[in-house]
Ligand binder design. Structure first.
Ligand SMILES: [Zn+2]
Length: 82
């Protein structure tokens, strides 16, 4: 488990510039996957898809409410403008 967590850490830190955006809300997409709405207007999937993505909090209303105001790395903001 520890090794897997480490791997995730490495992957998620692959970008040199990380743009932190606060979560302002959540909604479900057409596949019933949870998507976080970020303050910058972008969105990011926050799936609960064990063992790869463990976010048991996302499936409860209370869990999601706790995450409002937390920061996520916004990959859309990280991407260089085209
Ligand atoms: Zn963004």
């Amino acid at each position: 488990m520890f090794q897997r967590a480490q791997l995730f850490f490495l992957f998620s830190n692959g970008h040199k510039s990380m743009v932190k955006r606060k979560i302002v809300g959540f909604h479900l997409d057409e596949k019933q996957d949870w998507v976080a709405d970020l303050e910058c207007g972008h969105t990011q999937h926050v799936r609960h898809n064990p063992p790869w993505e463990n976010r048991p909090w996302v499936i409860t209303k209370e869990g999601r409410a706790e995450q409002i105001g937390r920061e996520l790395n916004c990959k859309n903001c990280e991407a260089p403008p085209r």
